[in-house]
Design a protein around this ligand. Structure first.
Ligand code: AMP
Length: 430
């Protein structure tokens, strides 16, 4: 029979790599808690309209990357609902914010999420069809200060701290302002006009983007196009006074706490909902897919999906890419739990039940314990124990009767007799 494999672009995460995932997630939770964020868990699938209206029909994500299907209609007269596996989580968080009227208390909502997202992209290193994001959003009514540049700076400072606590150095923070909902159409218009002459000389993708979504031309990576794209109008020249002042204040607050950044006038990002500040943290160790995380402000998103005015700012980190970055560091061996503290070898089937009791005692004392099997010969128990643990505990009839067990430490070669009630302290790692 033909073998069934994980679907293209998806993968299984196995130990010990999952230890690293848990470490990353635990570090993120710890840092988010210090900044007074709470966790939100939204459904994995949503009404397709949420993404069409929230992320934008013209974006790559919505126009070609979503996993969408028609649900079964509840009644014959009813139209079936279109559903989509979430390609990102911000739209879901904002939907929940609106649905549960989270803004009514007049406070900022500071929410983080950790979970899988789905996009039908061309799989490659660091790019998968099911991938994992760790993200956070700060959203609320303007009266709660949700429009303040201090919120942007606080989120960026938190990210610099989180990367530092994860032990990731060598990143670059690129920032830009894409202006307000009013600035952007003027800029897009200027870009369209400039592209009339330039686009026919650019790559085939840019020729298409120039018509469908001119901002995306700025993302082009084709080497021959770069000089011409750099010469196109810059969004900075189209910002109104408010957007200009906002960006200057974000930069000033980052300067004050020593978070380094560079301004990239071409950073417009792939989602339509962004306004004002956009940012990306990149890492050179990642290769072609070098973005560790991205985010920005989305002052109009809530209204675009039928909610009240609720400006916000957020980001999403690619957990898969954090793992790749950390795996490249030599210090990561420390996250592999490695060998168990003990391998218990029941010496005969009569010792099976009592050996489980012994394992239970040691595990309750906090040790990592492997339990062998009474059907194994002594030689096999030693071979197995040597592969799995730092020490083997022999547990036969005599040991069960006397309460004194034999312990062999594989690392020192030393063999000792240990009273059962002292076993956990003898086996504990220093
Ligand atoms: P975005 O939601 O497109 O702003 O992406 C935010 C971050 O999620 C990126 O910077 C990546 O780190 C990560 N990411 C996005 N798409 C993928 C993917 N297909 N596979 C792995 N990580 C991804």
């Amino acid at each position: 029979m033909s073998q069934i494999k994980a679907v293209r672009g998806t993968r299984d995460l196995l130990p010990p790599e999952t230890e690293l995932w848990n470490h990353i997630e635990a570090t993120a939770r710890r840092v988010f808690a210090r900044y007074a964020f709470g966790e939100i868990r939204t459904p994995i699938f949503e009404d397709t309209q949420l993404f069409a209206r929230g992320v934008g029909e013209e974006t790559d994500i919505v126009s070609k990357e979503m996993y969408t299907w028609e649900d079964r209609a509840r009644a014959q007269s009813e139209k079936a609902q279109m559903l989509t596996l979430r390609p990102e989580n911000t739209a879901g968080v904002v939907r929940a914010y609106i649905e549960y009227k989270l803004g009514d208390a007049g406070l900022l909502q500071k929410l983080y999420y950790i979970g899988p997202q789905f996009r039908r992209e061309r799989p490659q290193k660091g790019r998968y069809r099911q991938f994992f994001q760790i993200g956070a959003e700060v959203i609320g009514p303007p009266s709660a200060g949700s429009e303040s540049p201090l919120r942007d700076a606080e989120v960026l400072e938190m990210l610099a701290t989180l990367l530092e606590e994860l032990g990731i150095t060598g990143w670059t923070l690129e920032m830009n302002s894409v202006g307000s909902a009013m600035d952007r159409p003027r800029y897009v218009q200027a870009l369209r006009e400039a592209l009339v002459d330039v686009a026919p000389t650019l790559c085939i993708d840019c020729q298409r983007r120039a018509v469908t979504n001119p901002l995306r031309v700025l993302d082009c990576k084709v080497r021959e196009d770069q000089e011409k794209i750099d010469a196109l109008p810059k969004i900075a020249d189209f910002l109104d006074e408010g957007s200009r002042a906002h960006f200057a204040q974000v930069c000033a607050a980052l300067d004050a706490c020593g978070v380094l950044y560079t301004i990239n006038p071409r950073l417009v990002r792939g989602l339509d909902y962004y306004t004002r500040t956009t940012f990306e943290f990149t890492h050179s160790g990642l290769g072609a897919q070098n973005a560790l995380l991205g985010g920005g402000r989305y002052d109009g998103l809530s209204e675009a999906i039928g909610g009240p005015k609720a400006p916000g700012i957020g980001f999403a980190m690619g957990a898969d890419r954090l793992v790749l970055t950390l795996q490249a560091l030599p210090s990561q061996a420390a996250n592999d739990p490695g060998l168990a503290d003990a391998y218990i070898a029941p010496l005969g089937e009569a010792q099976q039940a009592e050996s489980l009791v012994l394992a239970r005692e040691l595990r309750r004392a906090g040790l990592r314990v492997e339990l062998g099997d009474g059907s194994f010969r002594l030689k096999k128990s030693f071979e197995m124990g040597n592969k799995l643990a730092r020490a083997i505990v022999l547990f036969g009839e005599d040991e069960a009767r006397s309460g004194i067990v034999t312990v062999k430490n594989f690392q020192t070669g030393e063999q000792t007799k240990v009273p059962r009630n002292e076993l956990s302290s003898v086996l504990r790692r220093d």
